[in-house]
Design a protein around this ligand. Structure first.
Ligand code: NAD
Ligand code: DAU
Length: 380
């Protein structure tokens, strides 16, 4: 599958999508990479400044719900693969506005599936050599219990998670065969889209793959999510709103490691399979927040821990899932992927990136980044 190909990557102007687009554009000059993105508040073409002039890259501003538009694009560009990341992605927003999440995540995915089916079925070779790869989340599995609040050694190790914080907070992990039990409107919408993807394989034979990944962190994440929001607040000595007691556990993966997993799975994964992606790297929110405070303070030359008093416990998120922990051993054993970074290294890189890119943060929080599109792309 390393010949010439034309791929659509949806949501390529967002956080994870921009890393995936960059990886594919740079690694596969023989591919044509079309970044299809609506540019919602979360989509920012400044994330891709370094590759926007590459000859194998094209940006198309389009809503994935626009079935006719997507179908026409697929026909004109003779698209033979889709990597689908576009989504509404923030749980807190889904609690306030569930309709938008159902529209984009469910109807948008359905529109892409149907466009791929209609176009590929019209070709002499039909689905041969085609691939529809849907990027989903571990949140569809619901929440795990925290049976070991002090942490235990997990059953697996990986290069990136063998540091001193490599602990698990329970014996159970999310495995690919677990029943879906989404709790938030966001995860319910993602779960629904996963079901549609599998239904298109089972009903029509569409060559689909689904992956479910744990929490990502790294550069270009919209600063409404825990890590970039808190780095920015610590820098500006603003309160850090910790939901509940800060005891919830998330399993963190550096975003470039997710992008590398997507590359491996797109090329080597088995059609109709599901792969979980994660680095066996569980952290209680409060512990990660303390690491962020210490790291920012050290880099800015403040006395270590000087900003601990910014921690402010606030009302918990409604339906807040207690613990996520991914078992990615299937992906590691079958396809040989493993994360490349120790968490300490990834966090250091991430904190430094946000501290060095205050203009990016200011632009996305003020909405000014939309001007970049108007200057660079409108009318193209
Ligand atoms: P993001 O919110 O940063 O980016 C989403 C992108 O999708 C934006 O560029 C936005 O403009 C685009 N988009 C939104 N609605 C659209 C529409 N109707 N049509 C076209 N484009 C649209 O999201 P992210 O954090 O990069 O997540 C990307 C994908 O990965 C999502 O599907 C998410 O569910 C999944 N995921 C995220 C994480 C994580 O930790 N962030 C973990 C696992 C899975
Ligand atoms: O697990 C994968 C998911 O990770 C992705 O599917 C989602 O798209 C992504 O947003 C992320 O969801 P979370 O809800 O886990 O991420 P968030 O950064 O919003 O929150 C991480 C944890 O921090 C969570 O337990 C809630 C808590 N939190 C978050 C914010 C924004 C706080 O305590 N205070 C905050 O202000």
């Amino acid at each position: 599958m390393n010949d010439e190909r034309t791929l659509v990557i949806t949501g390529g102007a967002g956080f994870i999508g921009s890393h995936v687009v960059r990886l594919f554009v740079n690694k596969y000059p023989q591919y044509r990479i079309i970044n299809l993105d609506k540019l919602t508040y979360a989509g920012n073409l400044e994330n891709l400044k370094d590759i926007e002039d590459k000859p194998n890259y094209r940006f198309v501003r389009m809503d994935i719900c626009d079935f006719e538009g997507v179908l026409k694009l697929m026909q004109e560009e003779q698209v033979d693969g889709i990597i689908h990341l576009a989504a509404e992605s923030h749980v807190d927003r889904s609690i306030k506005d569930p309709f938008t999440f159902a529209q984009t995540n469910v109807m948008g995915t359905l529109s892409l599936l149907q466009a791929a089916k209609v176009y590929w079925e019209s070709l002499p070779e039909k689905f041969d050599g085609k691939r529809f790869y849907h990027i989903s989340t571990d949140e569809v599995y619901g929440a795990l219990e925290m049976t070991h609040p002090e942490g235990i050694e997990p059953p697996f190790t990986t290069k990136a998670s063998s540091g001193e914080h490599h602990l698990a907070y329970g014996e159970k992990f999310f495995t690919e065969d677990l029943k879906y039990q989404p709790h938030s409107p966001y995860s319910a919408a993602k779960a629904s889209s996963d079901h549609f993807v599998r239904a298109f394989h089972d009903t029509y034979g569409l060559p689909t793959i689904v992956t479910n990944c744990s929490n990502n962190y790294g550069p270009y994440q919209f600063p409404e999510k825990l890590i970039p929001l808190f780095i920015n607040n610590i820098r500006h000595r603003k309160p850090l709103p910790v939901y509940g007691k800060g005891e919830n556990v998330r399993d963190w993966l550096y975003v470039e490691d997710h992008a590398r997993a997507i590359d491996v799975i797109f090329h080597k994964g088995q059609v109709a399979e599901t792969y979980n992606i994660g680095g066996f790297n569980e952290w209680k929110n409060i512990d990660i927040i303390k690491v962020l405070i210490n790291t920012v303070d050290r880099i800015l030359g403040r006395p270590e821990g000087a900003d601990m008093d910014l921690i402010t416990y606030v009302t918990d998120r409604a339906g807040h899932d207690l613990r996520y922990a991914i078992d990615s051993s299937k992906l590691q054993k079958e396809l040989g992927w493993e994360p490349s970074l120790q968490f300490e290294e990834g966090i250091e890189k991430t904190v430094r990136w946000y501290l060095d890119n205050q203009t990016w943060l200011d632009n996305v929080t003020s909405g000014d980044y939309q001007k970049y599109y108007e200057q660079m792309y409108a009318g193209r």
